[in-house]
Every structure is written in C-alpha cells, then in structure tokens.
Design a protein around this ligand. Structure first.
Ligand code: GLA
Length: 718
C-alpha cells in the first residue's frame, strides 16, 4: 500500500514536468518535412531541427536544443539578429521567452502554429507564425510584433523569418539580372561571413535580383537530386535575404522587408505584421521544390489560381503609341480570326491636355486622347463585343509624368524632394501611396474606368519606375515609413479592387518582370515576365521564373523580337507559359497564319496540362545547346513535351530526351503537334505508342543539330 502511494505521489509530482516536456517541444510537419522547436530551461525558444520528417516521438527527445529561433539584438549573439527594437528608455536589447503556443486550422485548411514570445523586462510581444500546407510541403512564416510601452518604440529590424542550418556545405542560387535580362541563376558556395541579397527600389521587389533563392544543403542540387530549400518573400517592395555562416559553419537565413532606411515607429498596441516568407524543402532536387510551389500557388495563393487563363492579342510591340480607332478595331478582328480571347490596348490611349503620344507626358490623366479615340473607350468595348473578343486595357495608376494635369493639381501627391531637382526614371515619378487620398485616387483609376465602361474585361497594371527623389509630403517627420507604407498603401488599393471586382483578371507588369512576388499575385492572375521577348532569351527567362512560379502566371507573347527565328519557334516558346501575341498578325504569310491559328487551338486543348499540370524541366538551356520541358496532367494521362535546339555545334551528337512524371505501366500515344503546314517527315509525325517506362528510361529523339529548331509532342495515355 505504502509503495503504491509512494509511486502515485512521485507520478503526480512528475506530471507537470511531463506536461512541460510536451509543451516544451513544438513540431510543425508537412508530408515530408519537420520543423522542430524547443523551449530551453532558460525559457528561451530554440530551433532544434529542420529537415526530412521525423516520425518517432521518442526520437524527438534526443534532439539537441539547437539555436535560438528568432535572435534578438543586444544580447549575447555576435551575428545578424532577426529583430532590433529601441525601447522608450533608449535601451535597445530584447530577450524573448516562450509564453505559449497554439495550433489552429487556418481559414484555407492549412495548419497554423502561433508561438508567443515575450520580453522578460519590457512589455514587448513577438508572435511567430508557421502555417504548414501539409500536402504541398510548403511552410509560410511571418511575425507579429507589438508592445505596451507608454510611448512608441522604434523597430530597426523586423524579420519575417529566421531559419538555421547545420551542414558541411551550402550552395546558394540567386536569380539576378536587369531589365530584359531577368532571373539569371548563379550558384555560389557559402563560407564564413555574410551574403546579402536585397533591393532598394521602393515600388517593386526587383529589377536586379528576384525575391527568391535556392539553398542546396550538403552538396549542389540538380533537377532530380539533392536537398534544397526554395524560399521566397511575398512583398512588393524592398526585400532582404541574409545568409550568414558563423565560425562553427552554422548558417542562418534571415528573410524579410529590407530594413534599409525603414526604421518604423510602432505605437502601443499596434501590431507590426511582417510579410510572408514561404519555403519548401525538397529531398529530390530543384524540380520537386518547384512543383511544390506551383501546386501550392495554384491552390492557395494566386488570384484565380484554380481557373484557366485567356489568350490575348496586345498592340504594344505592333503599334507602340501610334494607333487610332480604326486600327484598333481591325486588330480586334485579327484577334478573333486567330482564335484569341482578349484584345489588350496598351499604353498611349489617354491624356487630354498632355496627350500620351510618347512616354514623356500624360501619365496620370486617365481620360481618352480625343484625336486618337474620338468615341472613347466605350466605342472600343462595343467594337470588341461585336468582333467577339473581350477588351482589356493598360494602366499605370501609381505613376505620374511631371507633364500632366495630375502633377499640376497635386504636386504634394508625388514622391519627390521639396528642395532638389527631380530625377526621372522613364520620364516619370511615383505617387505617394502612403497617403490615403492618393490610395483613393489610384483605386479610382480602376473603379472609374469600370464604372464608365463595365465591359472592360482585363487590366494590364504597369509600374515602370522605382521610387526616386524619396520624400513624402504626407508622412512629414515619419519619412522612414515611406518604403513600407508605400507597399501597404498599394495592398490597400488592390484589396479594394479585388473586393469590388473579384472576377476581373489582371496582368501585373513592371517594365518587364520587376514585380514578381507571391503577395502581389494574390491580386493578379499573371505577370509580365520580361520586355525581352526574343524567344531564345525567353527560354532562359521562363526557365528562371519557373523555379518558383507556375506557368499559368508567366505571360509569354509571340512578338517580332529576333526575326531570325521562325514563327513556329517563337510560338512554341510562348506556349510554355500564358500564351499571347503582340505582333502584326496581318504581316504573317499564309503558312505562318495557318500555323498560328492551329497552335492557338492546340494550346486551348492543352491548357489543362500546360497551365495546371506538373512541370518537369528535362534539359536545362544553361547546360548546353538544347532545352526541354514537359507538363503532365495530375492523373498522368496527358503530357506535352517542348524541345528546342538553340545553337547546336557543328556535327554535334544529340541524345534522346528522357521524359519524367509518367506512369511506367501505362501505354502512351506520342505525336508531334504544332507543325508548320509545309513540314515534311519527322520521327513522331505519325502517332507511335510506347510505355511510360520506355519514355522515361529510353526517351524520345527530340533534339537536332539545327539551330533554333523546335518540337512539341503530345503524349496521351491509351
Ligand atoms: C512597359 C511594359 C511594356 C509596355 C510599356 C508601355 O515597358 O513592360 O510591356 O506596356 O511599358 O509603355
């Protein structure tokens, strides 16, 4: 009896400890990934593990404590912190202790873990959010910072996420470039010290470097092999990724808004919510990491991610600013004739006092140019309806030419220095979206057009200038809020547009592909990837974007860039993304026109595979003179393979392309499509049947020794 009581007492005494043990470890799982945190005896919060999913509960107790999860400024750490807060008494230290955590189902079905940390001396609270999309293997993280000090505190650093790694080797891939040469991958090993990728462009995330990266762990990753983390920040403004390796070869990755010139005054009880950082971790190379992102983005993130996309004819490359009603109506007829869904009127349709006949004036004045469009946009929407196509229109509502009525009326709405000469990027300046009045005006550009012309069915929303001459009349003494409040102001506007016009597809453009981030894509169905539409360059650019973004958001148009390539080559390249044409269709010869019309039909039939299927990058253009990519439907019954010869060497030997993602046990019919009307011969001109196993083990002969040659192969389960 005595014994039993003794054990009961011991057990009761231990119960709190056991319960502590349960709450002291927090595990966030997706299908293949675990992220494990522990609370130390000192009450602080540590990342113990990030890697392949751990299944055994007992193993978890073996994990070492690890590294403090969200490292603060002012304590004992000697490297880059995630957060830096200056308190009312000018003390700028922070020591965060675990308070509590909760797990809840997020509204979109994902599982969200919220960990509340609190400083032990100051009333500052930091909530770390981890949202796990279990089936897609994506984790979204963000941070909320708040306080109850008497007066505002100053936030100097405010990371969305901090992650820790312990590997022998790290290989970082960044995606850098410039206008017309976006997303060029460059791999570099990380050694002791810090590598920073950031931008300071204000109104856009990128121009010189994209807001995403790959981090291969242990060894370099390939498309199909290796451990690789793929991460991206959803923020349409200045971003920063810091990769810092310490003396023990531990790596921390800090992601968030670039704190450059952005110290933020936070009022008591106000919550500073950082943007989202999203990552996936693949154990089978970069291809799988991309597919995780593509599936997740279509299901959870991008506007109308589950819907199809429209093909279009744009007039920009064809007419530039030189058009009139008659010309536009004839282009609408051509769009219809070629089977395209939308006619998109680009820049140059507006400006009364300062007609926008080139890019030097008129931006900001969204009324039709009288001599170009005497009957207004309504006439065009009506004409489009009669021709049987939808009508889309270009706007750049956040910007202003100094030569405009808007600038004359509201110089204080413009970001520019009151006491210095203005500097122009493409002859324009940026409006101050931190100002709610300006937000109303920008919203009003869309709302005004939609109210007056409800038949408008598509917008191309452009943003050509980064913020220059940085000064806000509205923010007065809070100038360091401008970079952040600009982007928040933009989201306010986009939120209103989406709420009132939930079914309006919109393309996001930024002088090419400078606004390519997942927060913006909540509001946009697609983005313009680059002004460079040379199909050869596009093979590389689209390859770059496909690392993170699904094909349905990557706009790819057939244009006249690089006339040395055939219309077939250009169309085949554009068909790998969201297809459009921006070319003088009436200038095509009969065979070319026949080819294009058939290609549009093929594309429409294959949209479910190209836009919603799984993408496999088979042969990289960076590794030779050829490239190939394929798309496979979820049920593995349909696939399309694109293959391109770029610039083969004389008498170069070519190898079969091994397909991926098929069912090895199924029989597939293979046939070349998108052939020119006069094409002769070709191994797959007539249908042939192979097993999935054969196609993946032996492959198809898709490459040739001819320059700028292309093939599109349809693969259908029998
Ligand atoms: C930007 C875009 C182009 C076109 C022009 C119009 O450069 O990237 O596609 O819309 O603006 O001025």
């Amino acid at each position: 009896m005595m014994n039993k009581r003794f054990y009961l007492i011991i057990w009761l005494c231990c119960l709190p400890l056991l319960m502590m043990a349960a709450t002291r470890q927090i595990k966030i799982d997706t299908n293949t990934l675990s992220l494990v945190f522990q609370v130390g005896d000192n009450g602080r919060f540590y990342q113990s593990y990030l890697g392949k999913r751990l299944h055994s509960q007992t193993d978890l107790s073996q994990l070492a404590l690890g590294t403090e999860a969200y490292i603060t400024h002012g304590m004992e750490d000697y490297f880059e912190p995630a957060i830096h807060v200056v308190h009312n008494d000018f003390n700028s230290s922070l020591l965060l202790k675990y308070q509590s955590h909760e797990v809840k189902q997020a509204s979109d079905g994902a599982s969200e873990t919220i960990v509340t940390l609190q400083d032990d001396k100051y009333p500052v609270t930091v909530k770390l959010h981890y949202v796990a999309y279990v089936n897609e293997d994506i984790i979204k993280t963000f941070t909320e910072i708040s306080h109850q000090e008497k007066k505002p505190v100053e936030l100097q650093k405010f990371a969305s996420s901090m992650l820790h790694f312990n590997n022998a080797h790290y290989y970082l891939t960044e995606f850098s470039g410039d206008w017309a040469e976006e997303v060029r991958p460059a791999i570099q090993p990380l050694f002791f010290g810090k590598k920073v990728i950031d931008t300071k462009l204000g109104s856009r995330a990128d121009m010189f470097v994209s807001p995403f990266f790959q981090l291969a762990l242990g060894q370099e990753a390939t498309e199909t092999n290796g451990e690789v983390l793929l991460g991206t920040l959803g923020w349409t403004g200045n971003f920063q990724f810091i990769f810092e390796v310490n003396q023990l070869n531990g790596l921390r990755v800090i992601s968030g808004i670039n704190p450059y010139s952005s110290a933020y005054t936070l009022n008591p009880n106000e919550v500073f919510r950082t943007p989202d950082f999203y990552f996936t971790y693949s154990f089978n190379g970069t291809g799988e990491a991309s597919r995780n992102f593509h599936r997740w983005a279509r299901k959870y993130q991008i506007k109308d991610g589950d819907k199809t996309r429209f093909t279009l004819l744009n007039n920009w490359e064809n007419t530039s600013f030189n058009f009139n009603e008659e010309k536009l109506v004839s282009l609408m007829g051509e769009a219809k004739d070629f089977g395209l869904d939308i006619f998109l009127l680009d820049d140059g349709w507006f400006g009364t006092k300062y007609p926008r006949n080139d890019d030097r004036q008129g931006l900001g004045d969204w009324t039709e140019i009288k001599d170009k469009l005497p009957h207004g946009v309504g006439y065009l929407t009506e004409a489009a309806k009669q021709k049987g196509v939808k009508f889309g229109i270009w706007i750049e509502p956040e910007m202003v030419n100094p030569k405009s009525e808007l600038y004359e009326k509201h110089p204080d709405w413009v970001i520019h220095l009151p006491n210095r000469d203005e500097y122009y990027f493409r002859n324009q300046l940026v409006l101050d979206l931190s100002n709610p009045q300006v937000q109303d005006y920008v919203y009003g550009v869309v709302d005004g057009l939609m109210t007056k012309y409800p038949e408008i069915a598509f917008f191309k929303w452009d943003c050509n200038s980064p913020i220059t001459n940085i000064y806000s009349y509205y923010l007065k003494e809070k100038q360091t809020h401008l970079y952040i409040d600009y982007v928040r102001g933009l989201y306010n506007v986009l939120e209103r547009v989406k709420a009132k016009y939930p079914n309006l597809p919109m393309m996001l453009c930024s002088g090419g592909g400078a606004r390519t981030d997942y927060e913006a894509l909540k509001y946009f169905t697609e983005f313009w990837a680059s002004d460079n539409t040379d199909p050869i360059e596009r093979l590389y650019i689209q390859w770059g974007y496909s690392q993170v973004f699904p094909s349905k958001v990557i706009c790819a148009h057939v244009t006249s860039w690089n006339r040395n390539t055939s219309i077939k080559f250009r169309t085949d390249v554009a068909m790998m993304g969201k297809l459009g044409f921006d070319i003088n269709l009436s200038g095509l010869n009969a065979d070319e026109a026949t080819f294009c019309k058939q290609a549009v039909k093929n594309y429409n039939a294959l949209k479910p595979v190209i836009l919603d299927g799984d993408m496999y990058r088979l042969v990289s253009p960076y590794e030779g003179n050829h490239t190939s990519t394929m798309y496979v439907s979820e049920n593995q019954n349909k696939a399309v393979v694109f293959a391109f010869d770029i610039h083969p060497r004389y008498s170069e030997a070519v190898w079969p392309v091994k397909l991926q993602g098929l069912n090895p046990n199924k029989q597939y019919r293979v046939q070349e499509i998108n052939r020119m009307p006069n094409a002769r011969g070709g191994q797959y001109a007539e249908p042939k049947t192979y097993s999935g196993e054969y196609l993946m083990q032996v492959g198809l002969n898709l490459f040739s020794a001819y320059g700028t040659n292309s093939r599109v192969i349809e693969v259908t389960a029998e």
